[in-house]
Design a protein around this ligand. Structure first.
Ligand SMILES: *[C@@H]1O[C@H](CO)[C@@H](O)[C@H](O)[C@H]1NC(C)=O
Ligand SMILES: *[C@@H]1O[C@H](CO)[C@@H](O)[C@H](O)[C@H]1NC(C)=O
Ligand SMILES: *[C@@H]1O[C@H](CO)[C@@H](O)[C@H](O)[C@H]1NC(C)=O
Ligand SMILES: *[C@@H]1O[C@H](CO)[C@@H](O)[C@H](O)[C@H]1NC(C)=O
Ligand SMILES: *[C@@H]1O[C@H](CO)[C@@H](O)[C@H](O)[C@H]1NC(C)=O
Ligand SMILES: *[C@@H]1O[C@H](CO)[C@@H](O)[C@H](O)[C@H]1NC(C)=O
Length: 536
């Protein structure tokens, strides 16, 4: 108990005294629009450049030459992997100072470093070193010298896989420890998934547009869990926040994701849910009228004329999904700046319009909470390049195949049946590659996964907030004494990894405290083991 209180007060203290690592916001928070994942920043014409008020942390940026293909001895050029390192608080090799290793995911690593305050706040307490390695093919860690070359075709993209990325991490950890004579220092893995739902349209014949839903989720949290399972000799444990490791094949029902988002809205207001559910038909029929697209463009204040009503539906669907993920109890900047309890806010706007307000106007008022919270947007801009070469689409077209559908009955989104065949056609057409939908479960486990984990795994925390649509594909129950699920009813997407704030509710403070405690146990056991060997 004393321990728990100590941790609690530590976290409370942190929330009042931001870590000394903080320095004024640097300009480096800006994201590279070309290679950063589509965080929808391009959906607006404002000069919004990054998280508002996000703390920044001090680190050194280094580069490391990696093999492009860890699993063959072909003579391919190496590439420079970027990693961020901070050793300010590190106890050093003699005292077995821990190494906190964040499994970098799809995007510019500096952006993730800036958004993972928990790791920075923990490091001084554990006297740990912090490493944020960048995922290959993202940010600056581009093979073949540039993003343009790396993303050229299926041959150059061939080495963009989770297995290669994990091997990068393994090689980096091993060599870095050797360089620092820190071979005996324990490594703790962190990962928190950022999500992206991406809908693209393909024209099948003159009239019918088939919406292909590519659910892009940035899977580094999955990487942290997989890393612990694949390289147990390199890391003593992993904190995997919002890790949808079961979102593959038929492990969970395909409608799980959209059902959870829908329930997040229904929970706030049934009429809000119904307004959204009814809006799709209105949009579609408006789009079929002669000047309908102009009318929709005007109503939703787009900078350029809409090319199809589906573009508008996708734009709205994305917003609702992100609102589900970023449904935090306090104002935050999850991909976009949002108020606290943003879904409540959206529904308040939709419901509270004067009687007689049209459905479309209500929807516009609601979605403005997401796209124009700061009030600085002059007009909205649709993603300009839906078919653009983009790392996550490649991954979704190769191994990260996650079936998703939207049920007519329970979801507020347009009904959509998962159709693997049409996704496969899209991939062949756009990337000249055929997906392997059963590879991930073959490589990392799926069916019977929990039993295997129980027998062969240890020291993994699966933390989830039930408001988060990704929680449905995650591990929500303890698997063993050391593979535990920390579930919060009111939590959203990897809220626990964000920096502590003064507005943190008790349940969040408790969740973080439980995580700290478990990490402490892993470390204590590791140190005890070392001592036992030493004493022999
Ligand atoms: C862009 O940023 C500048 C300075 O931060 C601000 O004065 C201006 O109003 C912004 N423009 C828009 C369109 O938001
Ligand atoms: C992909 O691009 C590389 C580099 O330009 C080229 O050598 C290779 O032949 C191309 N492969 C295919 C399948 O087009
Ligand atoms: C380890 O040291 C070598 C030699 O100084 C250097 O080339 C290499 O980049 C270092 N590796 C890491 C991971 O820092
Ligand atoms: C709309 O009309 C209904 C009944 O006619 C009334 O109960 C409700 O308060 C009105 N709502 C608003 C926002 O004016
Ligand atoms: C965004 O919000 C501001 C402030 O409420 C408003 O003036 C502006 O018209 C809005 N932009 C759009 C595109 O609706
Ligand atoms: C799935 O998509 C394929 C290719 O677009 C199409 O031929 C097929 O009819 C679809 N299946 C269903 C059940 O809709």
């Amino acid at each position: 108990m004393a321990n728990f209180l100590e941790t609690l007060s530590f976290l409370i203290l942190l929330s009042f005294f931001p870590p000394t690592l903080s320095s004024p916001r640097p300009s480096r928070l800006h994201r590279s629009p070309k290679h950063a994942p589509r965080f929808l920043g391009k959906f607006s014409c404002s000069n919004y450049t990054g998280p508002l008020g996000a703390p920044s942390y001090r680190y050194e940026t280094r580069y490391f030459d990696q093999d492009l293909d860890h699993f063959s001895f072909s003579d391919l050029p190496k590439f420079r992997q970027r990693y961020l390192i901070n050793t300010e608080h590190w106890a050093g090799p003699d005292q077995l100072g821990p190494i906190f290793f964040y499994c970098g995911n799809e995007g510019d690593i500096e952006w993730f470093a800036a958004n993972t305050g928990f790791v920075w706040e923990l490091a001084p307490r554990f006297r740990a070193m912090i490493i944020f390695p960048e995922h290959r093919y993202y940010g600056e860690s581009m093979p073949y010298g540039s993003g343009e070359e790396a993303y050229k075709n299926a041959t150059t993209l061939a080495h963009l896989t989770a297995e290669q990325a994990l091997a990068d991490f393994a090689v980096l950890i091993t060599e870095l420890k050797r360089n620092l004579s820190a071979q005996a220092c324990p490594v703790v893995l962190f990962g928190g998934s950022y999500g992206e739902v991406r809908n693209s349209c393909i024209q099948c014949d003159e009239k019918i547009f088939v919406i292909v839903r590519f659910i892009k989720f940035l899977h580094q949290t999955v990487l942290a869990a997989w890393m612990r399972l694949k390289y147990p000799h390199l890391a003593i444990g992993a904190l995997a926040s919002s890790a949808p490791i079961l979102q593959f094949e038929d492990l969970v029902p395909p409608e799980t994701f959209y059902d959870i988002v829908s329930n997040d809205f229904r929970r706030e207001s049934v009429s809000c849910f119904n307004t959204i559910k009814d809006s799709w038909d209105v949009i579609e029929s408006e789009g079929q009228k002669s000047s309908g697209l102009s009318y929709l463009t005007e109503t939703f204040r787009f900078c350029k004329k809409l090319e199809s009503a589906d573009d508008l539906s996708n734009w709205l669907s994305s917003a609702y999904s992100y609102l589900g993920m970023g449904n935090y109890p306090y104002p935050a900047d999850f991909l976009m700046p949002m108020p606290g309890n943003p879904i409540k806010e959206v529904c308040r706007k939709i419901d509270n319009c004067p009687n007689g307000t049209s459905i479309l106007q209500r929807i516009f008022e609601g979605v403005s909470v997401y796209y124009n919270y700061t009030g600085t947007v002059d007009c909205f801009d649709l993603d300009d390049d839906p078919h653009g070469m983009n790392g996550w689409n490649w991954q979704a077209c190769t191994e990260m195949v996650m079936p998703m559908s939207s049920s007519k009955k329970s979801s507020m989104f347009p009904a959509y049946d998962y159709n693997y065949t049409s996704d496969e056609e899209w991939c062949l057409e756009n990337y000249h590659v055929k997906p392997r939908p059963t590879w991930i479960t073959t490589e990392f486990g799926g069916h019977g996964f929990k039993n295997a984990l129980k027998t062969f795994g240890s020291n993994i925390i699966f933390s989830n907030g039930l408001l988060d649509p990704w929680s449905g594909g995650s591990v929500l129950e303890d698997i063993s004494e050391t593979i535990v699920a920390l579930v919060t009813e009111k939590g959203a997407h990897h809220l626990d990894l964000r920096p502590a704030t003064a507005e943190d509710p008790d349940w969040l403070i408790e969740q973080r405290a439980a995580e700290v405690k478990l990490i402490q146990v892993w470390l204590d056991e590791y140190f005890d083991g070392k001592r036992a060997v030493f004493d022999m």
